[in-house]
Design a protein around this ligand. Structure first.
Ligand code: BGC
Length: 883
């Protein structure tokens, strides 16, 4: 039987608020082997039972598992639509219709209201909340068919209808390059409407828009007042449609949120709260007219999917008193989010909680690495009944909470830590026989969760939390395995393109809030854009989304931005050797001079290596997009850069001029080393590793590629040794030191218990978690093929090592689950079980196999000293002997 098992719209299960027809994707299974889809049929209807079909593709010959729907199909704004798919296969079997996935259309450019505000420019220094509301009536003689609300804000907003929260999203509308790209969200409010009298309300906060942001702290980066743009649409059964926009009929009022800032936390006075503020029956005193506030409505775009939400809750694992006498709650895990608590007391009693990541050497509260971020919440009780509260327009990076005030005795049961991050479909699962490696994997995953709050941040705790391009680029491939991050990164890439300089330079952080703001900063006064390995995010990330998810849409959309970046490097290079203003180089490498952040690898080498690599990826992208002439141009530029690199950075004897681990790693992994010198390059890298007793001393540039440089150049054993090293500095050293996320510095916490200077010491920085990519691609061996992206063709190429008895990994690719399970028996016999989803085919490659003991029915050939076999979909089990 042929079955459609999964259907997605724009890579998500459901979409709420789209201005364009989404991409439909699906997965299928069959109980027969060797089945492939030959035809597909798609229908779109305006009802869940498909009585009113507005589009029927009929059977069309298609083998791909995703499709763009016809552009010319006219959709109506603020409507719900349903999509379903049916397939025919090579055995002439026809599937049932898939489940109906649904999407709600957005405003589609028809905003009827204006941005309105409860603030004036005089509030520019104010980080208090404010409220807006609008009473409206529903015609009680009619039946409401459906009702939707669309909203966005200058600042952050939460919507309420008749005293109830609308939707489950947090920190909306998220953080984008607001002037060019401001997202709005869409909610179905049919069930929240009352028969006649209704009150729609919005709570607003400063957020990223006008709050105090960045490490030198600037406020009002985008504007001085918060504002709301909102549109409510009611459809009656008789076809009548009523639209209410944000207009002069809205009222403005105060909020009990006295202060709320992304870094600093929130102050809330419940004694000032009017519980009926968003109800028809509420008081009308103390409300004034809302005022219009100017903002570019052309920048307002539908989000569709991927908003920030609560994803899980943790209870404290302990409550204890530190040697200095502070009461501290330990949630057992560094997370990003906030604390929700239940409390009872008298009016005016206070709860004051301060959030932090680690205890110091003596077991006391350690706040220094937060720099100026306060991470403090203060709640004033209404008094009487039990009160439940959580913050609104802030988030904290923390494992511990210091209780500065609490009425009465605090109990662990009264508090929960709420984990927040952007919604992403679940990614892979991994486990193996090595507990330390399993913990490392979990730490990487928590690093992802904690730093994917709407933008990919460097860290979620100190006064930074910025979309540092380098960190995002380094970690992107790892992230694509661990969660479905297609929509998350695709959104952020829009902002990257918006914020590029006219010349194509790429700011260090996206959204760019540093250009023009940090002339007085010792580091950034040298330049705020275009650093090698950072700015290359412009090329690497669209390419990675294409490779891992088959996402040509983002690749095509970003193509101009990618070209602009490569052109920028070309313009600023001298005979193809590139360098430019401020470079971070091999950031925080241990071969830096004492106290410096800058590793020892010369900038020109790092810059030119990355120039070559990005140009190559751009050439491949042009080819994938069918831009033949462009591809040729970029390939020939790449050849010229390669020649220049070899001339400039290798001696005539074939030695790299820079004797650093990172220089060798770059030359090997980016294929910059001529074949004749490859062996001596890898030999030198091994000796540079030996010099440090097998430890890495690399930073942001070298670390993510180190294990690849070894395993792809004949040294998988050494790659495993590096991964499994557990003395300082190493990934497992951190694990053994009790880390629950990934640290910014190898020496964040030194073996003697002292810490790297507090000015830069995050304990939740995903960058070094980029080794996750090696775990997936090499240890588990689930590898994408750039000639058949999106895992249409899978390369199964695990590199088992005798120090690990077994390893299991399942990756939910866009075409279905790919899993690998290998285990090593005593005689170095490896049993490899793997499965390939229906729409994929695979090549199994066993570079470490001496002999195939049981081929599991596959035809193995030995090609270039590597046993290989081709397979279609299915489950396989083979046995081979390790070399
Ligand atoms: C961030 C990094 C970032 C770097 C740039 C730091 O402050 O936390 O992760 O990439 O600056 O060098």
């Amino acid at each position: 039987m042929l079955t459609v098992t999964h259907i997605t719209l724009n890579y998500a299960d459901e979409l709420s608020g789209v201005d364009k027809l989404p991409i439909v994707g699906w997965q299928y299974t069959s109980d027969k082997t060797g089945v492939v889809q030959t035809d597909r049929s798609i229908q779109i209807a305006s009802d869940p039972d498909f009585k009113t079909v507005i589009f029927d593709s009929g059977w069309q010959q298609r083998t791909l598992c995703n499709d763009n729907l016809p552009e010319q199909l006219a959709l109506h704004p603020s409507q719900r639509y349903y999509v379903r798919v049916r397939l025919r296969d090579s055995h002439q079997q026809v599937s049932e219709w898939s489940r109906a996935a649904c999407f709600i259309t957005g405003v589609m450019g028809n905003w009827q209201g204006e941005f309105i505000s409860a603030e004036t420019p005089a509030d520019s220094a104010n980080s208090a909340g404010s409220r807006l509301r609008r009473a409206f009536s529903v015609n009680k003689k009619k039946t409401v068919h459906s009702a939707f609300v669309h909203a966005t804000a200058m600042g952050l907003y939460q919507l309420w209808l008749n005293g109830k929260r609308v939707g489950e999203d947090e920190l909306t509308p998220g953080w984008t390059s607001y002037r060019h790209h401001l997202l709005y969200q869409t909610y179905d409010i049919t069930d929240l409407l009352q028969p006649e009298h209704n009150m729609l309300g919005a709570e607003l906060g400063a957020g990223w828009f006008k709050g105090d942001m960045g490490f030198v702290r600037h406020r009002n980066i985008y504007g001085e007042q918060t504002g709301l743009l909102c549109q409510l649409v009611i459809h009656y059964d008789d076809g009548e449609q009523v639209t209410i926009g944000s207009d002069r009929q809205w009222q403005a009022g105060h909020s009990p949120i006295l202060f709320s800032e992304i870094y600093d936390g929130e102050r809330y006075d419940a004694t000032l709260d009017d519980e009926k503020w968003c109800q028809w029956s509420g008081s009308t005193t103390a409300w004034r007219d809302a005022l219009p506030v100017a903002w570019n409505k052309k920048a307002v775009t539908a989000q569709g999917a991927g908003t920030v939400r609560e994803s899980e809750r943790l209870k404290p694992v302990s409550v204890f008193v530190t040697p200095e006498g502070d009461t501290v709650l330990d949630f057992g895990q560094i997370i990003s989010g906030w604390v929700e608590f239940r409390v009872q007391g008298n009016a005016g009693d206070k709860v004051v909680l301060r959030h932090f990541e680690v205890l110091d050497h003596d077991g006391n509260v350690y706040l220094d690495n937060l720099r100026t971020a306060q991470q403090c919440i203060e709640y004033t009780l209404r008094g009487g009944e039990e009160e439940i509260w959580r913050p609104h327009f802030t988030f904290q990076g923390f494992r511990y909470v210091k209780v500065e005030q609490w009425p009465g005795e605090i109990t662990a049961a009264a508090l929960s830590a709420i984990v927040l991050h952007s919604q992403m479909a679940a990614g892979g699962t991994f486990s193996c026989s090595h507990p330390g490696l399993n913990q490392l994997y979990q730490n990487i995953l928590w690093g992802l969760k904690g730093n994917f709050i709407d933008v990919p941040t460097d860290c979620p705790q100190r006064d930074e939390r910025l979309g540092w391009t380098g960190d995002a680029q380094i970690f992107c491939r790892t992230a694509t395995y661990m969660m479905n991050v297609r929509n998350f990164f695709s959104k952020w890439l829009v902002d990257l393109a918006c914020d590029q300089t006219p010349e194509g330079g790429v700011p260090h952080v996206i959204p760019d809030i540093i250009t023009g703001k940090y002339d007085d900063n010792w580091l950034l006064s040298q330049g705020t854009h275009s650093a090698a390995a950072w700015a290359d995010a412009a090329v690497v990330i669209p390419w990675t989304l294409y490779l891992m998810y088959g996402d040509k849409i983002t690749l095509a959309r970003q193509y101009d931005s990618m070209c602009a970046w490569v052109n920028f490097m070309q313009t600023h290079s001298d005979n193809h050797i590139w360098n430019y203003k401020l470079q971070f180089g091999d950031w925080v490498a241990l071969d830096a001079e004492e106290g410096s952040y800058f590793g020892a690898t010369p900038n020109e080498l790092t810059c030119t290596a990355w120039y070559a690599y990005s140009t190559l990826l751009l050439a491949k992208s042009a080819q994938a997009l069918g831009k033949v002439a462009d591809a040729e141009k970029w390939y020939s530029l790449y050849d010229e850069i390669l020649t220049a690199f070899r001339k400039a950075f290798f001696t005539p004897e074939g030695n790299l001029t820079a004797k650093t681990q990172t220089a060798h790693i770059l030359a090997l992994t980016f294929n910059l080393v001529p074949d004749v010198w490859r062996q001596q390059t890898i030999d030198t890298l091994l000796s540079l590793l030996d010099e440090h007793d097998g430890h890495l001393v690399t930073g942001f540039v070298g670390t993510p590629l180190f294990c690849h440089a070894l395993s792809e150049n004949g040294h998988p054993h050494e790659a495993w040794s590096l991964l499994l090293k557990d003395t300082f500095p190493s990934w497992l050293y951190q694990v053994n030191a009790g880390a629950t996320t990934i640290w910014e510095h190898w020496d964040g916490l030194k073996p003697d218990g002292s810490m790297w200077s507090a000015d830069m010491n995050s304990f939740n920085h995903y960058a070094y978690g980029a080794v996750g990519e090696w775990i997936w691609r090499v240890a588990a061996g689930i590898e994408a093929d750039e000639n058949a992206p999106g895992f249409e063709h899978v390369i199964i190429r695990p590199r088992p090592d005798a120090r690990i008895q077994w390893l299991k990994a399942t990756y939910p690719s866009v075409l279905g689950d790919i899993s690998v399970h290998w285990q090593i028996a005593s005689k170095n016999e490896v049993t490899l079980n793997f499965s390939i989803p229906a729409a994929s085919r695979a090549t199994v490659m066993l570079p470490d196999a001496n002999d195939i003991i049981d081929s599991g029915g596959l035809m193995f050939n030995r090609i270039a000293e590597c046993w290989q076999a081709q397979t279609g979909a299915g489950e396989y089990s083979i046995v081979f002997q390790l070399k």
